[in-house]
Design a protein around this ligand. Sequence first.
Ligand code: CAA
Length: 383
Amino acid sequence: MQFDLTPEQVAIRDAVRELCRSEFEPHAERWDRQGEVPRAAVDCLAAQGFLGMAIPEEWGGVGYDARTISLVLEEIARVSAALAIMIAVHNSVGALPVFRFGSDAQRRRYLPRLVSHQLAAFSLSEPGAGSDAGAIQSVALRRGDRYVLNGSKNWVTNGLQAGIYLIFARTDKAAGNRGLSAFIVERGAPGVVIGKPEDKMGLRGSDTVALSLEDLEVPAEQRLGEEGQGFSIAMSMLDAGRIGVASQALGVLGAAFDAAARYAQQRVAFGQPLTKIQAIQFKLAEMERRAQCARLLIQRAAWLKDAGRPYSREASMAKLYASEAATWVTHQAVQIHGGYGYVKEYAVERYYRDARVMEIYEGTSEIQRLVIARSLLKDGVRV
Ligand code: CAA
């Protein structure tokens, strides 16, 4: 495994860092307050190719490897975790499945818009099916050359503005996990009723909605993959998505660490800067340790993915560790700020709220532990 970044990765990271600093950082607090990341921010990233990160160049994308995608998401998350999740979901569980499982006709139809300007959404969860994704109740009944979908979906990131939705529904009631199928549904299709955005604790600039499917007709040629393949498509895409969420967590964690270290250098208590106090030094040391551990786990998962090797367990470990590190580090960053950390004037208050969901979405910490344990018991320890 190569630890150094390639010159190209360094150039991409530095370019996206500069873009984020100049274009997004001055506005991230306002996006949070107003509850909306403006379309112009997505367009700005789209213009640089960041909507096609996981798509090869011959299909119009920029064809980045997993490690490079991770670097980009980390940099975006350092300034706006809300914008980062919009881009992460779009790339890992929106556009990538269309490339990976789509027919050539589907790729020709959808990829040009997905790599250039349209966001994608991933709609797996339901009010009664979150961690237990196989409990999906939405149905897709075959009627001739189309399917008719009915049901309720929720927690759909980008759901308000997506151009296409990847929707999972049950095509066989008796077949359990093997009875799910995936469908590409276009924005504006009659029968997709978009709910009002959730009033969330954090990531307030990123929209999250429920969808109601009411006799939604989907042409059979818009089914993604085979009938019954939906669960395995969702699981394999979530493997990629979990490296993205881990990278997002690393970005927020890094921003909180920087803010806490800066504050600790400036703030004087008991006649000395906070950094002279051992209790604060220990917090900063522990933040750095967790950041480095998270980075290594992310790099390893991305490296395995890029090498075409199994990486599900490692993606779960990276997501589990980085998200828990992010909630811990942002908690401590607020603590170091004292009362100032509890008011919106200081960014650590936003980082703290933003980090919390990373232990929940794209699989809770409990689900990550389950995935890791099952993999261990099945395949043994990997070195
Ligand atoms: N890749 C490919 N296939 C996989 C897989 C993977 N990583 N993991 C499992 N499968 C396959 C299995 O091989 C098995 O196939 P067969 O039926 O052919 O044997 C099948 O899927 C069923 O596997 P399990 O027996 O492991 O399934 P399970 O019902 O026990 O569930 C689970 C496993 C890990 C708990 C799964 O349900 C899960 O990951 N739950 C969490 C769901 C999740 O992350 N949801 C987040 C939604 S997106 C979101 O958060 C919103 C957003 O927009 C950000």
